[in-house]
Ligand binder design. Structure first.
Ligand code: HEM
Length: 552
C-alpha cells in the first residue's frame, strides 16, 4: 500500500512524525476511521478555541477519562505471567479432576503474584504476605487455586476479614502507611485477635521479604477435598514448591531495593522469562482421610493451622512452568479475576468458615471491579473449553446463547446450542455430614493459637530467629501506643520466652507484661453473653496487669 504524506498544520509538534508505511500501520479511531493528525485538535482559526465538533479529539479524551478501574480491594499490586501445568499423572487415585488424569499432559495457566496490603503503586519489597494465584484453564472449566506464600492465615472466619484489611491498610484519617505492617491499627487488631499469632510469626520471618517471586513457595492454605472416579473422598492441602529453592533478602536490602527499584520483583520476573529462564514450581498435595482429621490435634478446617509435613508428607503431582509474559498488563494482569469458587469436578470445598466466606467475596468484588456480571467474557478469564449455558445479556455481553432456545426444560431439538445438565459427568458436591442449630460460634476445636507458632519459631535457624526478633522490634517500634506494643509481647510470652524477651528489650520496655493468658486463646469462642460480661467487668481472670485484651 502506498504511504501518505503528512499534511497537518504547522505548529508545535505538527511537523515531523514517522509516517505509516502501509495500511496496517495507519492509526484509526476506535470506530476504525483513519486519523490524519493525532497532535492538534480542530480549532477555529490558528489559535483556537477548540471546536466541540472535533470527534477525534472527543473520542480520544473520553477513552482516557475512563481508563482507571478500581484497584483490587486487597492484593492490588501484582504481576502475572502465562505458562503451563504438566501433570505427573499420579493423582488420579485421589481425584477425577481432568487436569491430573494423564501423565505429561499440559494445561495452560495464568499466574498472578501480589502483595496484600499495599496499593497498586506500592513497592515490591514491602514486608507482606505474597499472593500466589493460579488459574488452570482445564478441559472441564477453570480451576483457580488462589493461594498465598504463607500456609496459614491471620483469621479463622471470613466475618473478620473486612476488619483485618481495614486495620492492615492505610489508616483512614492520614492515608498512610501505604504498604507496611508497621502501624498501630494493624498491631492493635492483631494483638486483639490471638488467632493471628501463628501467621504473625511467618509474616515477621524472611518469608515475607522474598528475593524474587521465582523463589517463593505457595499454599492453598485451606483444606479442600479431592473426589475420585469412584466417588471416594479425601481431604487435601495444596503446596507449590519452587524448583530453584526459596530465597529471601534481609530487611536492610529490602529497604534499599524499595528505594532504588520499587519494581524489583516484577522486573525480575519479566527479565527472567524474556531471557528464557522460566521459573518452575512443583505442585504438591497432602492427602489425608477423615480418620486422620479426627485424630489430628488441630481442626483441619482451621486456616490458622498447618498439617506438618512430617505427619502427612507432600506428594508431587505436577509442575508449573511460567514461560510467557503478558502482551498487555491491563488486559491480562489487571483484569484477571481469580475466584475461589472456581473449582472443577474432582475438587470440592470444605466447611472452613474462611473459605466459605471467600467464595462469596471474590465474585462480588469482581462484579464491581470489572464492571458487571460478564467479566468471564474477557479473554483472560474465559475458559478455554466449550461453554454451553443459558446465561445472557447484562453489560458487555459478548457470548450470548445462539439460536431460539434460552430456557430449560424445553422440547426443542438437542444440540450444542441446546445443552442439558449431565448427571454422570457434571460437578457433584462431596458429602459432608451436617448437624446442629443455627448459631454464631467459634468452635472450641479452633483454639490453641500458640503451639504452632512455637513450632514454626523452633523450625528456624538461629539467624532466622534473630531476623524474626528484629522484625517484631522494627515493626512495633513504629507503633505509637505503648499498650499495643505490650500486648503483642504478652502474646509472644505464650510462644517463646526468649523471643518475647528479645522483643521487649529491643522495644525498651521498662516492665515485662504478663503473659496474655493461654486461657484467653480458648475463650475466643465465648458465647455473646460471656463476652458481654467480660466487656463489662474486664478480663478479671487474667493474671497480672490487665492488658485490655477485650476493652482498651
Ligand atoms: C484477592 C477477599 C482470604 C488470597 C482478594 C480479593 C478479595 C479477597 C475481595 C480481591 C479480588 C479481586 O478484586 O479480583 C478475601 C477474603 C478472605 C481472603 C474475604 C477471607 C475471608 C484469602 C486467603 C488467601 C487469599 C486465605 C490465600 C489462601 C488472595 C489472593 C488474591 C486475593 C492471592 C489476589 C488474586 C489476584 O492475583 O488477582 N481476596 N480473601 N485471600 N486473595 Fe483473598
Amino acid at each position: 500500500a502506498e504511504s501518505f504524506k503528512y499534511k497537518g498544520n504547522k505548529g508545535n509538534g505538527g511537523e515531523l512524525h514517522q509516517l505509516p508505511e502501509s495500511d496496517d500501520q495507519r492509526m484509526t479511531t476506535a470506530q476504525g476511521c483513519p486519523i490524519s493528525d493525532n497532535q492538534n485538535s480542530l480549532k477555529a482559526g490558528q489559535r483556537g478555541p477548540t471546536l466541540l465538533e472535533d470527534q477525534v479529539f472527543r473520542e480520544k479524551m473520553f477513552s482516557f477519562d475512563h481508563e482507571r478501574i478500581p484497584e483490587r480491594v486487597v492484593h492490588a499490586r501484582g504481576y502475572g505471567a502465562h505458562g503451563y501445568f504438566e501433570s505427573y499423572g499420579n493423582a488420579s487415585e485421589f481425584t477425577c479432576a481432568d487436569v491430573f488424569q494423564r501423565k505429561g499432559e499440559k494445561t495452560p495457566v495464568f499466574t498472578r503474584f501480589s502483595t496484600v496490603a499495599g496499593n497498586k503503586g506500592s513497592p515490591d519489597l514491602a514486608r507482606d504476605v505474597r499472593g500466589f494465584a493460579v488459574k488452570f484453564y482445564t478441559k472441564e472449566g477453570n480451576w483457580d487455586l488462589v493461594g498465598n506464600n504463607i500456609p496459614v492465615f491471620f483469621i479463622q472466619d471470613a466475618m473478620k476479614f473486612p476488619d483485618l484489611i481495614h486495620a492492615a491498610k492505610q489508616e483512614p484519617d492520614r492515608g498512610f502507611p501505604q504498604a507496611q505492617t508497621a502501624h498501630d491499627n494493624f498491631w492493635d487488631f492483631a494483638s486483639l485477635s490471638p488467632e493471628s499469632v501463628h501467621m504473625l510469626m511467618w509474616a515477621m520471618s524472611d518469608r515475607a521479604i522474598p528475593r524474587s517471586l521465582r523463589f517463593m513457595e505457595g499454599f492453598g492454605v485451606h483444606t479442600f477435598k479431592f473426589i475420585n472416579a469412584n466417588g471416594d473422598e479425601k481431604f487435601v492441602k495444596f503446596h507449590w514448591k519452587p524448583v530453584s529453592g526459596m530465597q529471601s533478602v534481609v530487611w536492610n536490602e529490602a529497604l534499599k531495593i524499595n528505594g532504588a527499584d520499587p519494581d524489583f520483583h516484577r522486573r525480575d520476573l519479566w527479565d527472567s522469562i524474556n531471557a528464557g529462564d522460566f521459573p518452575e514450581w512443583e505442585l504438591g498435595v497432602q492427602v489425608f482421610d477423615q480418620a486422620f482429621a479426627d485424630s489430628f490435634e488441630f481442626d483441619v478446617f482451621d486456616a490458622t493451622k498447618i498439617i506438618p509435613e512430617e505427619q502427612v508428607p507432600v506428594t508431587k503431582i505436577g509442575k508449573m512452568v511460567l514461560d510467557r509474559v503478558v502482551d498487555n498488563f491491563f488486559a491480562e494482569t489487571e483484569q484477571v479475576a481469580f475466584c475461589t469458587q472456581n473449582i472443577v469436578p474432582g475438587i470440592d470445598f470444605t466447611p472452613d468458615p474462611l473459605l466459605q466466606g471467600r467464595n462469596f467475596s471474590y465474585l462480588d468484588t469482581q462484579t464491581k471491579r470489572l464492571g458487571g456480571p460478564n467479566f468471564t467474557h474477557i479473554p483472560i478469564n474465559a475458559p478455554q473449553c466449550p461453554m454451553r449455558h443459558f446465561q445472557q445479556d447484562g453489560h458487555m455481553a459478548m457470548t450470548n446463547p445462539k439460536g431460539r432456545v434460552n430456557y430449560e426444560p424445553n422440547s426443542w431439538e438437542r444440540d450444542e446450542n441446546n445443552p442439558r445438565a449431565c448427571p454422570a459427568h457434571g460437578f457433584k458436591s462431596s458429602s459432608q455430614p451436617m448437624e446442629g442449630d443455627k448459631l454464631r460460634y467459634r468452635s472450641e476445636t479452633f483454639a490453641d493459637h500458640y503451639s504452632q507458632a512455637l513450632q514454626f519459631y523452633n523450625s528456624q535457624t538461629d539467624v532466622e530467629k534473630m531476623h524474626i526478633q528484629n522484625a517484631f522490634v522494627f515493626e512495633l517500634s513504629k507503633v505509637e501506643k505503648l499498650a499495643i506494643r505490650e500486648r503483642v509481647v504478652s502474646h509472644l510470652l505464650n510462644v517463646d520466652e526468649e523471643l518475647a524477651n528479645a522483643v521487649a528489650k529491643g522495644l525498651g520496655l521498662t516492665e515485662m507484661p504478663e503473659k496474655a493468658e493461654a486461657a484467653m486463646a480458648t475463650r475466643t469462642d465465648l458465647k455473646t453473653s460471656d463476652a458481654l460480661s467480660i466487656l463489662k467487668n474486664g478480663p478479671s481472670s487474667f493474671a497480672g496487669r490487665k492488658l485490655g485484651i477485650f476493652c482498651c
